[in-house]
Design a binder for this molecule. Structure first.
Ligand code: TXA
Ligand code: MG
Length: 346
């Protein structure tokens, strides 16, 4: 650990009663706190406090058209913010608490700041698995708006240290350390809107196949990101360039000669480069586990990026089950970069 990392690590508070009290104070003052969830770390603000939510957007450098997920401690709390139909209730029964975000019509008396929903008539709700974060929300008695705790367009953090490194204490006074995120990929986002099929807007741990088993194959649609999304996000957050390291990212599928100073992110021991000048290799899961690969994805990308290679070459895991979500994030990391003013994520 370098001296800067050491300083950053000193400013973290481990989950527990002290952290709960401190985090509650910070949030009630309208300030921002880094919180652990099972997916990725969130940067949280009181969802009903417009100024706090505005400072969230500012801290991330996030354009305001990209709405935020409201984190609730229970289905009971969620029902005051969104209108649940039978399908949404079935999702709650099967997946909450957990890594599923549900987009619903906004409740007429929804008290979340309009900035949270970025002017949409719908709201995204999630009940995270982290006991710490649910306790914090329960004590606050209001939802926490929490995007992933990274600067807009950068990799989502899966450790508290990555959050602390991205934001100084003057911007984020407290980061709570709950260890490495067990899932490591942002939640699956599914919309349940009237007159529309259940639609997977962002793949994640909860897969489209599982949802098709739950609702029937023809009842579930999968949103296909397109170039148009870059101009006007049909489903917000679907911009093609997200999750980007500083280095160029390129996926490789066949044996290739790699001429630059590069790093390789691979899966299950696959080795495709020929005559490569590789600085480092990381394997998402030597045993071929997609769960392990998801949990390692962002931290390994970050680690390879810190070596400042010209390119991070990636051998992608198979696109089945959770592999669909991993491929989605890698494809976005490899997409041509859009400039900061246009970049929306997240
Ligand atoms: O796992 C996660 O979901 C993490 C943790 C912290 O909970 N959060 C996260 O938030 O990934 P964020 O802000 O990085 O991504 C939220 C995504 C964005 O792409 C946003 O456009 C989408 O959710 N979203 C929010 N409200 C929406 C809505 N009403 N309709 C469609 N998409 C929405
Ligand atoms: Mg994000």
């Amino acid at each position: 650990m370098g001296s800067e990392d050491k300083l950053a690590a000193d400013a973290l508070l481990p989950v527990g009663d002290n952290a709960l009290r401190a985090a509650l104070n910070v949030v009630m003052r309208g300030e921002l706190v880094g919180i652990p969830t099972e997916t990725v770390y969130g940067l949280a603000a009181d969802a009903t406090n417009g100024q706090a939510v505005a400072s969230l957007y500012a801290a991330k450098g996030r354009p305001q058209f990209n709405p935020l997920i409201c984190h609730v401690d229970s289905f009971e709390m969620a029902q005051n913010f969104g209108l649940f139909d039978e399908r949404a209730e079935l999702l709650v029964q099967n997946y909450w608490p957990g890594s599923l975000t549900i987009v619903l019509p906004k409740h007429p008396e929804c008290s979340a700041s309009d900035l949270v929903t970025a002017g949409l008539e719908s709201i995204a709700l999630r009940c995270p698995d982290s006991v710490f974060s649910r306790s914090l929300i329960a004590k606050l008695s209001r939802p926490l708006a929490a995007p992933s705790a990274n600067l807009s367009g950068q990799l989502s953090p899966t450790t508290a240290l990555a959050v602390r490194t991205a934001f100084s204490e003057s911007i984020v006074p407290l980061v709570v350390d709950g260890g490495s995120c067990s899932v490591g990929l942002e939640s699956t986002i599914v919309s349940c809107l009237p007159g529309q099929p259940v639609t997977v807007l962002r793949p994640g741990l909860v897969t489209a196949e599982e949802l098709q088993t739950l609702f029937g194959e023809d009842q579930v649609r999968i949103h296909q990101p397109s170039q148009n999304d870059d101009l006007k996000p049909a489903a917000p957050g679907m911009l093609s360039s997200h999750y980007a390291p500083n280095a160029r990212v390129e996926m490789i599928e066949t044996q290739q000669v790699l001429s630059e100073r590069s790093t390789l992110l691979t899966f299950a021991g696959a080795y495709l480069p020929v005559e490569a000048e590789l600085v480092a290799i990381r394997d998402l899961s030597p045993s071929g586990s997609l769960k392990e690969a998801a949990a390692n994805l962002f931290s390994m990308l970050r680690e390879l990026d810190e070596m400042k290679p010209d390119c991070i070459y990636v051998v992608c895991p198979p696109q089945q089950g959770l592999g669909v979500a991993i491929h989605d994030r890698l494809q976005r990391a490899a997409a041509p970069r859009i400039n900061a003013a246009q970049a929306s994520e997240s």
